[in-house]
Design a protein around this ligand. Structure first.
Ligand code: SF4
Length: 373
């Protein structure tokens, strides 16, 4: 994947962890999403007999503040069930938030006119994990890619064939494939069709939800290369959702680490991989497979992700944290700046006297940088 690595840009970041490249294209503030737990009749009767009320809500996303800047690749990383896919779906307008606000190009999407709302919905597209189930098996590739741009007036019916051929070429497929059906393609080719379908609507932001997770490692590298080429050719911005820090290390400019519905660390990719501050980020880094003869190949994170319907008090990571302290049990740490472009939510970060902004405890950071954790 070294070719991919070379295509990553070095985005400048400001003190709040933002790429200093103008106003954000997407901004979310206090974003929350709850789900009611499904319950059948027996469940409801049982709860009533026990004097219990409705089952607790599943709090998938519990207050996320985030900016996405034009041209960057922002990776959102965490274990399954941490809320990253729900966050991505809210960004793409597929599901509405329970609370909070989303701004697209400076406008609150909840207050947009119908015309601006359509501009937002076309401008933010999503690519899904499973390329097969996200493509209609009864439609030819020409219609899968060409239908929406015709409906939205991006291209006329007469030009749609040429438009689809051009997009297929851009994503590395033979234009003659446009008459085929999804089952006639390999997994990597199907993901390329999914990319072409998203590009057909001329988006500004693409939310990739585990877009390479279902592919072989060799194909993953090709598709990641494709994403980076398309970013250059189409001036795209990516929100790249993944459970694998190894994958995002090749393409991300910034990385947001999510745990149980909240962002617990946000920093440039270089900072995350060389001076991560949050114990959960360290645990994710340790999980990456390593090729060192005679040593264990990877260290899985101890314990299970707690239920988002019943999150632990205090720091949500405390039942699994090797650094847990007394106060972590009932005092939830806030996400705060710990250095230029670097935010973390952990009590191991403390306010230095005379500093406007909290910074990381130097001793702790020094130990982690030297890899002695
Ligand atoms: Fe661990 Fe405490 Fe930091 Fe949470 S606040 S990550 S439990 S040290």
């Amino acid at each position: 994947m070294s070719d991919v690595l070379e295509k990553r840009s070095t985005m400048p970041v400001d003190r709040r962890g933002h790429c200093a490249s103008g106003p954000p294209i997407l901004r979310v503030e206090g974003l929350k999403r709850d789900y009611a737990q499904p319950s059948d009749l027996i469940d409801r009767i049982g709860r009533r007999l026990q004097g219990k009320g409705k089952p607790p809500l599943v709090r998938a996303v519990m207050g996320v503040d985030l900016d996405v800047f034009h041209g960057e690749v922002l990776a959102v990383v965490g274990e399954s069930g941490c809320g990253k896919t729900t966050l991505g779906r809210m960004l793409a307008g597929i599901i509405p938030p329970t609370a909070g606000r989303i701004e697209y190009q400076g406008q609150d999407i909840a207050a947009m006119s119908a015309q601006d709302r359509r501009r937002y919905e076309l401008g933010v597209q999503m690519i899904f994990q499973d390329p097969f189930s996200s493509l209609n098996p009864r439609m030819r590739v020409r219609d899968i890619i060409g239908e929406a741009p015709v409906v939205h007036g991006i291209v006329g019916r007469r030009e749609v064939d040429d438009y689809v051929s051009e997009l297929l070429t851009k994503v590395g497929l033979d234009p003659d494939y446009r008459e085929r059906y999804p089952h006639q393609f390999s997994g990597g080719q199907r993901q390329r069709i999914g990319v072409a379908r998203a590009l057909a609507l001329k988006p500004k932001v693409i939310v990739c939800d585990e877009a390479v997770a279902a592919l072989d490692v060799s194909i993953q590298a090709q598709v990641l290369n494709l994403f980076m080429d398309l970013r250059r050719d189409f001036d795209l911005t990516y929100v790249f959702i993944s459970h694998n820090l190894g994958v995002v290390s090749h393409i991300a400019d910034r990385v947001a680490i999510m745990y149980l519905g909240r962002i617990v660390e946000l920093a440039s990719a270089e900072q995350v991989f060389s001076q991560a501050a949050h114990p959960y980020t360290h645990a994710l880094l340790k999980e990456l497979p390593r090729l060192s003869p005679g040593k264990r190949r990877f260290d899985p994170i101890v314990g299970e992700l707690p239920s988002p319907a019943n999150p632990p008090a205090g720091c949500a990571f405390h039942p699994r944290c090797p650094k847990v302290m007394e106060r972590c049990h009932d005092d939830r740490p806030l996400l705060q700046g710990i250095g230029p472009g670097h935010q973390s939510a952990c009590h191991l970060n403390e306010v230095m006297p005379g500093m406007e902004m909290p910074v990381a405890t130097p001793r702790y950071l020094k130990r982690t940088v030297e890899g002695r954790e």
